[in-house]
Ligand binder design. Sequence first.
Ligand SMILES: [Fe+2]
Length: 380
Amino acid sequence: MATVTPLPSVAGSNAKFGATITGVDLNHLSDADFETIRNAIYVHKVVVVKGQHDLVPAKQFDFVHRLDPAADRVHGFDTEDVTDETSGVLGPRFNVIPGSTGVTVVGQGYQGDDHYGLKGITAKSTTHFDAHAEPLSPEDVAAGATRFGAFHFDGVIYGAYPSRVTTLRCVRAPKGPDLTVRWDDGSGLTMKVKPGLTAFIDSAQVYSMLTDEERKIADHSRWEPAPQPYVWTGTRKIRNNGLGMASGGETVLLEKLPAWTPEKVYQFPMVWVNPVTGVRSFQVLPDVVRKFYLRKGADEEEEVVEEGERIRVFLNNIIDRIIKPENILVPMYEEGDVVMFNNWEVMHSSIDFPLTYGARTMHQCHIPSSTFPAGPMSVQ
Ligand SMILES: [Fe+2]
């Protein structure tokens, strides 16, 4: 039977989320254990299901689909709108495991001559070298420094709703000494991590850090991503701390984007409400926002903001409060463990590691949600 154990509170840490689940076999999951895990994902936001060495990829997909039975049976990035031309900063196209329907291999390095039917593939996820304004030097990397890549939630967003839950099974972890994540934003902040793990921030905590005035705006406002958002983001870069946009760079003109249609561009609430707990999260993806529709109350007229610099400064002012070591959760997981998270309530980031640590192999699955994220009121 499934046992859910909240992660122990760590002295000095404000990251009060996460849990470990033991006593289940995801290949053979009872209805009761499924409900326990589903509930734990929504209550604890991030859970690590221990000991799933033999999980069959098709069963991993079935688990994710069981969380959203009305959703299409397709990986979240394998929609008709994602092509080599439109994937942009998402990076190279994904490697779906044969027979799994929609479980992909993510990570780094050569995955062997035959990995679950994928022959001789080399995984190459985007790294901070691709994304950051000022990447680390080779000397810094050799000395054990690293960065968070880019905090985000999973989903194509254009033409598909953000995935509800992401699952990541650790098949092979890189091996080597602990690394030091550097902020390199003038703060001098750093954080020690084991290689190959994933970092999380809690968007409900971001919401709780808003002033009363900001909370009124967040509760009543919407944000609109650009069409073909992962191409549109252009030459702009992420800040060195992995969260929010740096100044400079250019977005791609709308008329220069791959073909798009306005019906596929959604307006998301700034605040998303957890369907199980009712908890509110400030959930905005900084690199793809093209417009804000701001208001402080239901009776106010919306102010449309399209000025990129104003959007950038508005968002950075808020998310600067969360991007501190004491707010970041880097849960420990081992080979065979499956990490599951409420993609509508947390943001996550990979953490780069030196290629000399060996390959990293993660079986990843999320699917486009069948429903739109619910705001605190009708802001759709
Ligand atoms: Fe992701």
